[in-house]
Design a binder for this molecule. Structure first.
Ligand SMILES: CC(C)=CCC/C(C)=C/COP(=O)(O)O
Length: 305
């Protein structure tokens, strides 16, 4: 006689066992099939206030709205019925994915990372501002730092280049100096534009006793001295024939000018780093727009004697 079969779960009034994929899920995430519209919305990857979001779904320290969560599993509206989508949803288009299948990236993490970086920047820059005043740790080196500051200032560079241009008697020298003048003016304009847009104030420990400034120089991002140092350094190394020790000196000068901006308390480190990058990139623009008697004959006619 055959043994009596145990009653099936359905016969006992229990729900049928879940499909194999669901059965492999951890027990800590029990689930029941979504019932009704409300449950379907909860199970979807759509906008949903995260547990750590404040009023209006804004996470602390960031500006993420609930709808701005990114889901790697979500599909854009362009391909709502793609084969992969159909496969995922078991053949029915637009079926919501289970919540656990969504990986949410909260954009406010980027904000938190940036804020942390800026906080470290402010803290480290203040500590490195050892020549920010006469009473600072290296206050006695401040006069020397200010001489280095003048060596990277725009006025001596623009006036010196202009003077050299007027004095030059070879067309090759004129071409190089005219392009250097263009590079210096482009640098001043670009730095002024970025400073005017970003409007980052100078460090609080800075004493505003700089030699000749323009209105945007009350802002600190990026460092005009650092952009000029990087730009002039690249320009000189490329267009002047110098012995190796002099080439090393040019690079050292650019580095010392840049470091001195933080030591003097004029800038935070990120101002200087961005300034160096900007100056390096601006040299590429100068090379691209290289002025020559062939491309700008009228300009060169001004300087021919
Ligand atoms: C007045 C002219 C022609 C240039 C201004 C040069 C200057 C004062 C730049 C500011 O440099 P930092 O941003 O490094 O402090």
């Amino acid at each position: 006689m055959a043994a009596a079969e145990p009653p099936s779960p359905r016969a006992r009034g229990r729900p049928p066992p879940p499909p194999a994929r669901r059965a492999s899920r951890p027990r800590t995430a029990p689930r029941t099939a979504p019932q009704g519209e409300g449950a379907r919305r909860r199970a979807s990857c759509g906008p949903r206030r995260p547990p750590y979001a404040g009023r209006g779904g804004t996470a602390r320290g960031g500006g993420a709205r609930p709808g701005s969560f990114l889901s790697l599993s979500q599909r854009g509206p362009a391909a709502p019925d793609s084969p992969s989508r159909r496969k995922e949803s078991g053949g029915t288009a637009a079926a919501p994915l289970p919540e656990e299948d969504c990986m949410k990236l909260n954009p406010s993490f980027v904000g938190i990372a940036l804020s942390s970086l800026l906080a470290i920047d402010l803290w480290a820059s203040k500590r490195l501002g050892v020549c920010a005043g006469e009473g600072s740790a290296w206050g006695s080196a401040r006069p020397l730092m200010k001489v280095i500051e003048v060596s990277g200032h725009g006025i001596p560079w623009v006036l010196g280049t202009f003077y050299g241009l007027c004095q030059s008697d070879s067309s090759a020298a004129r071409e190089v100096l005219l392009n250097l003048l263009f590079a210096l003016l482009l640098d001043i304009v670009m730095v002024a534009v970025v400073k005017g847009i970003v409007k980052r104030p100078r460090p609080t420990h800075n004493k505003m006793d700089m030699f000749v400034t323009i209105s945007v120089d009350k802002y600190s991002f990026p460092s005009g001295h650092a952009t000029r140092a990087a730009l002039v350094c690249r320009f000189v190394l490329r267009h002047l024939v110098l012995a190796v020790p002099l080439r090393v000196l040019v690079v050292l000068w650019a580095l010392i000018v840049s470091i001195s901006r933080v030591m003097l308390g004029r800038h935070n480190m990120t101002d200087v780093l961005f300034g160096l990058l900007l100056g390096y990139a601006l040299y590429g623009v100068v090379e691209h727009c290289w002025l020559s008697p062939a491309t700008t004959p009228a300009l060169f006619a001004l300087w021919s004697h």
